[in-house]
Design a protein around this ligand. Structure first.
Ligand code: ISE
Length: 337
């Protein structure tokens, strides 16, 4: 069964997803596009021979839309996911699921009322080959239990206005999800430390870099360096220290160049290329799961857990203290996964 997709949003990620579905993904096509501005919607729709719908509500009502992808601005996600659930249409929502933990909770409640999983969140790192290898190695137990994880998330420079808080909500949000998934454990506490400020950022709006620390309910300690002005490349690192060995995520492979008395491999400059394969696999598996009638990817509960953890980090940035992460009880529809 071919899945007919309605795309909401015609910015960079919306356009990338439309191209990906049209050129790479099997079993799906985009039939309709809706966006705040008609011009970009028409341009993106033309890439795949889809029509433009005047708004999200009419896109959701369309008979030839089986499922929707939300690549709209973050502050619109909550209401649009809720509309999709009301319309009974599965929805893939780019991160964040909602801009507050309370908003994520409302989505969880609405989905639980549907009686089955309908929502997937775009935490694409779970589809990256390196992270998947790490998870498999941790789960094998071959090197004993995980004790610590060291992570780094470095961006060359922010796009546009960027604040101290956004280092949590836009950047660390990926590690918040992926290390929880790697370990299969929730966090108990978080803390934030500010090292010496880089001269590449104005400290009155952005403290950079930051060290964020997490402790899981099982006692694993995670440290995460977030640097959004590292200048040299887009660099994502993750190392899991186990009882009897250390597992390091491989860097994406690239050509090794020997020239000018140097030996080097180029780095990507942003996440679009670094996680290209992960984005492709994420949508391919979502389409296959829709066909099988059983979603397995990051759930709205995962979106909620990430939002609660992000809120605790925001408190920790201000208080300088260790802050608790308090999740409600996980509903059964998410447990059975
Ligand atoms: C950015 O905000 C993102 O959303 C990307 O997915 C992430 O990889 C990047 O580092 C962030 O800055």
């Amino acid at each position: 069964m071919e899945i007919r997709i309605g795309m909401v949003g015609a910015g960079q990620i919306g356009e990338d997803h439309v191209r990906r579905i049209t050129e790479k993904i099997s079993g799906a096509r985009v039939t309709a596009v809706a966006s705040r501005s008609r011009g970009p919607a028409e341009r993106v729709a033309a890439l795949c021979g889809a029509r433009v719908e005047p708004d999200v509500q009419s896109l959701l009502r369309a008979e030839d839309v089986d499922a929707v992808i939300l690549a709209s601005p973050s502050e619109r996600h909550e209401e649009q996911v809720l509309w999709a659930l009301e319309a009974g249409k599965p929805v893939f929502c780019e991160k964040p699921l909602a801009i507050t933990a309370a908003g994520c909770r409302r989505i969880v409640q609405a989905e639980v009322a549907c009686g089955k999983r309908m929502v997937q969140v775009g935490f694409m790192r779970r589809y990256d080959r390196g992270y998947r290898q790490l998870k498999q190695a941790v789960e094998s137990g071959t090197w004993g239990k995980p004790l610590m994880i060291h992570c780094a998330h470095r961006n060359i420079a922010p796009h546009g206005h960027f604040t101290t808080e956004m280092s949590v909500t836009q950047t660390a949000i990926h590690e918040i999800d992926v290390t929880r998934w790697l370990l299969g454990e929730d966090y108990e506490t978080v803390q934030v430390r500010f090292p010496r400020q880089t001269a590449n950022a104005d400290a009155s709006v952005l403290r950079d870099p930051q060290i964020m620390m997490f402790q899981t309910r099982g006692g694993v300690c995670i440290d995460l360096e977030v640097s959004v002005n590292c200048r040299y490349g887009y660099d994502i690192q993750c190392e899991v220290v186990c009882e009897n060995g250390v597992l390091r995520m491989p860097d994406p492979s690239g050509l090794l160049v020997r020239a000018e008395a140097k030996r080097y491999t180029a780095l990507e400059t942003d996440w679009v290329l670094r996680f290209l394969d992960a984005y492709d696999l994420e949508l391919q598996e979502w389409v296959e799961d829709l066909q099988a009638g059983h979603l397995r990817g990051p759930s709205s509960w995962d979106g909620y857990a990430a939002a609660v953890t992000a809120d605790a980090l925001l408190r920790a940035q201000k208080s300088g203290q260790i802050e608790p992460v308090s999740l409600e009880t996980c509903p059964d529809i998410y447990r059975s996964l």
